[in-house]
Design a binder for this molecule. Structure first.
Ligand code: PLP
Length: 449
């Protein structure tokens, strides 16, 4: 095949005939419950482009939901995977272990925030990482209650549905949910600030509100863990007000509550730091446990719980594990992806992209009062679309804008509790030219709506 060109190109309408035919086969083979954002079927991808089966080349501002942070089919990942897949594909770490798993655990222990001794357990998906973090926290504390936050998203298994805030589409009709899960108010600077300016900017006050709910409705002596995304992903790329997370962490430390940071979406260079917690306050924030997945495997399924050795070692021997957890091919991919992040300074690249995206979207916001807020960090930035007079969420405009971008050959995703957020998660290997072109398309399509 000729090399994948790094340019947007529309060979057919979106979707083209090849994708339309695959959609017909899919309708007879795959349940409708599995949704897809775009109607096109991928053939290959890399750099900042996804090419479909009809020869359309789309600018990738989604990274398969924050997964291909190091780029799709990244050369270091491809090479590591090809070598490993030819050596062995699986023995099960619980049967005959292998070095790759240990090396990934060592790497995660090194790069995750916190100077203390750490351990990491490897799993298959973000949801499975959250499930295990809760198991570990309960085992360590001897307590059972777990608190999550408004706007939080943690996965689609039974326990993680319970942790997730939003009913549609994640929970509705799928209950009953795991017991002893509670919800506390989050810090949502834009929407909090519309009601109470100080609450929107003072994270300590927002934390007081949350802690009040925790103490009143659960009681610290019952609470095993607090589960929180340092920047809420599906909930709308919500960056909490400064001071919110440190105040919660301090309260957890005082009350023997395990602080679990869900960095499944924010982790691994995405936010212009190796982890979003690293950019909290002047010195960063060191959670007790960190859940990772999405970006860490360079596109292969891999997840982890990393954290304080004393907590991680609480579960009894053989209490943790799983058949595929830490699969050797996924581990090789992760080591290749981490080598790419470190050798190519992708953390620095995410900061460059942050400046470029904020500059462009800032100009757009100044010209268009339907953009209520522009927020995020690194290569994880979103616009919240509202009705100008009331600031009420505008999910219809959001859906129309995303669909228009897709027809124009730009992959963007939406999110938000109110469905009114367009989020950008470009791979860190995209060129400035493609990134700018993607943002120009977004601006141009918004102007037409
Ligand atoms: C995607 C996501 C999950 C779930 O990960 P899966 O691999 O889909 O199970 C959990 N938490 C956050 C913050 C996520 O973005």
């Amino acid at each position: 095949m000729p090399p994948l060109l790094q340019s947007r190109h529309l060979a057919t309408e979106i979707p083209g005939p090849g994708s339309t035919q695959l959609a017909r086969r899919r309708a007879m083979a795959v349940p409708r419950g599995v949704g897809s954002t775009l109607p096109v079927y991928a053939l290959r991808a890399g750099g900042g482009i996804v090419e479909d089966v009809d020869g359309n080349r789309l600018i990738d501002l989604g990274s398969g939901i924050a997964v291909t942070t190091v780029g799709n089919a990244a050369p270091r990942v491809v090479e590591a995977v090809q070598q490993q897949v030819a050596e062995f594909t699986h023995t099960c770490f619980m049967v005959t272990p292998y070095e790759g798993y240990v090396a990934v655990a060592e790497a995660l222990n090194r790069i995750t925030p916190g100077e203390f001794e750490k351990r990491s357990v490897l799993l298959n998906s973000g949801a499975e990482a959250l499930e295990n973090a809760v198991k570990i926290a309960r085992s360590y504390t001897g307590k059972t209650a777990v608190a999550a936050f408004d706007h939080g998203y943690h996965g689609r298994t039974n326990l993680t549905m319970a942790l997730t805030a939003k009913s549609m589409p994640y929970k509705s009709g799928f209950g009953p949910f795991a017991p002893d899960i509670y919800r506390a108010p989050a810090s949502y600077p834009y929407r909090d600030g519309l009601i109470d300016k100080e609450l929107g900017s003072d994270g300590e006050r927002a934390a007081e509100r949350a802690i009040g709910v925790l103490e009143n409705q659960i009681g610290a002596h019952n609470l095993a863990a607090l589960v929180i995304e340092p920047i809420q992903g599906e909930g709308g790329f919500i960056v909490p007000a400064p001071g919110f997370l440190p105040a919660l962490l301090a309260w957890c430390r005082d009350n023997d509550v395990v602080f679990i940071a869900d960095e499944v979406q924010t982790g691994f260079a995405r936010t212009g730091a190796m982890f979003a917690c690293d950019r909290e306050g002047p010195t960063g924030l060191a959670p007790d446990l960190i859940c990772t997945a999405k970006g860490i495997g360079g596109g292969l399924p891999l997840a982890a719980v990393s954290g304080r050795a004393d907590i991680m070692d609480a579960p009894h021997v053989s209490g943790l594990g799983g058949t595929f957890g830490g699969n050797p091919v996924a581990c090789a991919a992760a080591l290749g992806a981490l080598a790419a992040v470190e050798a190519d300074d992708l953390v620095g690249r995410a900061r460059q992209m942050e400046r470029l995206i904020f500059e462009r979207l800032g100009r757009l916001q100044a010209d268009d009062d339907r953009i209520g807020d522009v927020r995020g960090r690194g290569a994880m930035i979103a616009v919240e679309l509202v009705q100008p007079d009331t600031n009420a969420p505008d999910p219809a405009l959001t859906a129309a804008l995303a669909a228009a971008c897709h027809r124009a050959g730009v992959i963007v995703l939406t999110c938000g509790t109110f469905g009114n957020v367009v989020r950008l998660l470009p791979p860190l290997t995209i060129s400035d030219a493609l990134l700018s072109e993607g943002l120009d398309v977004l601006a141009g399509e918004l102007a037409k709506l």
